[in-house]
Design a binder for this molecule. Sequence first.
Ligand code: HEC
Length: 144
Amino acid sequence: MTARRIGLFFGMALISAGCLAITGAKAADEGHATVKDLMLGIVIPASDGVFGVGSKEPKNAMEWEVIEADAMVLAEAGRLLLTGGRAKDQGKWVEDAQKLIDTSLAAAKVAREKNVDKVLTAGDAVYDACDSCHTTYLPERVGN
Ligand code: HEC
């Protein structure tokens, strides 16, 4: 009897955990990177490279290649934001992630020209994509 109750309890707990996963309240766990993981592990370091070309100007072809790679990786992160249950909705989230992809690809293109001013201008557009998404979806801003 007791054991059955415990079984029932765990059964219910599993069902609620399943619902959470389905509603996306804690999407992309279970061995997959969360949105926060992508921000901390990929988006922030890669965008630092792109945003930083003014203060830390690339000195040679290799350093320019790193900036180009940063921009390409940012675009790829935008694609990851659209997969694995990470999208918070199919509307503005998709638009903002697509904006990150498009602006990052544009930044990669001008990084190939090794032009600091153009990369900084492209970086401003990338930043607008970050900001647009955060205005709507950052928990601190949304919760307050
Ligand atoms: C499509 C949406 C989206 C885009 C685009 C996006 N972010 Fe985020 N970002 C988020 C969300 C959602 C969080 C909150 C994650 C959480 O805490 O669960 C976040 C969190 C962050 C954080 C806070 C991390 C922390 O310590 O909790 C930083 C910093 C950040 N993003 C930087 C960036 C930068 C820089 C860009 C652009 C290059 C960017 N983000 C683009 C959605 C986005």
